[in-house]
Design a protein around this ligand. Structure first.
Ligand SMILES: [Fe+2]
Length: 150
């Protein structure tokens, strides 16, 4: 994980430490990507946070309609449910609003688990590699609907 503030012109600025993400309500953890290693800590997170469903999503340059799929994430939005992503392979860029509405850019990579809290505006893009495989955790998948910022 690498996190930085974005300035008003969305240029990368000062580095953000994991402790600051925590203060901002964004949970961040590193887990081993071996299922034998991550299952127990992941189940603890599910139990504590109340996530009852999980699935996996993969995006690669070969994914049909990749641009259309990515277009759904690129504009600023929030969900009524936490957005939980555990990166099993690849990388991606989360821009997440701080509590005072500044952008925090969080580049996630293999082994990173991030929780964007419900109601918090954010957006997501792939890196140049256009490859990510993630586990997603849900309380209720129907809550994972994007509300786009007006
Ligand atoms: Fe989202």
């Amino acid at each position: 994980m690498k996190a930085n503030w974005l300035d008003a012109n969305e240029r990368t600025g000062q580095e953000i430490e994991a402790a600051t993400l925590d203060v901002q309500g964004v949970m961040y953890k590193v887990l081993d990507t071996d299922p034998a290693e991550y299952r127990e800590p992941l189940d603890t997170i599910k139990r504590v946070q109340g996530y009852i469903q999980e699935d996996q999503i993969e995006l690669t340059p070969n994914t049909p309609n990749l641009d259309e799929i990515c277009a759904k994430f690129v504009d600023e939005h929030y969900h009524d449910e936490d957005e939980v992503r555990f990166v099993l392979d690849g990388e991606g860029i989360f821009d997440i609003r701080s509590k005072d509405d500044r952008w925090m850019r969080v580049v996630v990579e293999t082994g990173d688990l991030i929780i964007v809290p419900a109601g918090r505006h954010h957006r997501f893009t792939l890196t140049e590699k256009k490859t990510i495989r993630c586990m997603r955790l849900f309380k209720d998948p129907s809550g994972w609907v994007a509300h786009y910022r007006q």
